[in-house]
Design a protein around this ligand. Structure first.
Ligand code: HEC
Length: 121
């Protein structure tokens, strides 16, 4: 009797905890539509912060003043299919170390810059 009572309690507790599902709010970064991303002011500083530790000599060289030419000439940017850009893919996932990826805001900035035609601005 006591055993089955515990079993029922256990079952109830289990069903309660099963009902409580976790919903993780997707991160949606809204950048102002009318604001054009500046490569020099918004993109290059991220490279400086997160990338040049390795990409001062490894291709693509991303040091300030050189990053733009190297990215364009090295075909790392695809303005027709921005999310397929080699650069975008590398900083979104799949990169040595793993911790070198961009956060959601940085990704949104980079993507918007590519969508705006990857200007040298
Ligand atoms: C810990 C060192 C390190 C850091 C930091 C680093 N990278 Fe890299 N990266 C590498 C190495 C090594 C390779 C070559 C191996 C590969 O392609 O995975 C590489 C390759 C790449 C490539 C592809 C090159 C090619 O020609 O295929 C891109 C693009 C790139 N990195 C971008 C970045 C960006 C942008 C950052 C900053 C967010 C960054 N990396 C930070 C080490 C690093």
């Amino acid at each position: 009797m006591k055993k089955s009572f515990l079993l029922i309690i256990g079952f109830i507790l289990l069903s309660i905890s099963a009902c409580e599902y976790k919903y993780i709010e997707p991160v949606v970064i809204e950048l102002p539509e009318d604001e054009v991303i500046s490569f020099v002011e918004q993109v290059e500083p991220i490279f400086q912060d997160k990338c040049v530790g390795c990409h001062a000599s490894t291709n693509p060289v991303l040091t300030t003043g050189n990053a733009y030419d190297n990215l364009i000439n090295g075909n790392y940017i695809d303005t027709v299919a921005p999310t397929s850009s080699a650069l975008y893919e590398k900083v979104n996932e799949g990169h040595p170390g793993g911790s070198n990826v961009f956060n959601a805001t940085e990704l949104a900035i980079l993507l918007k810059w590519i969508q705006e035609g990857a200007q040298n601005n």
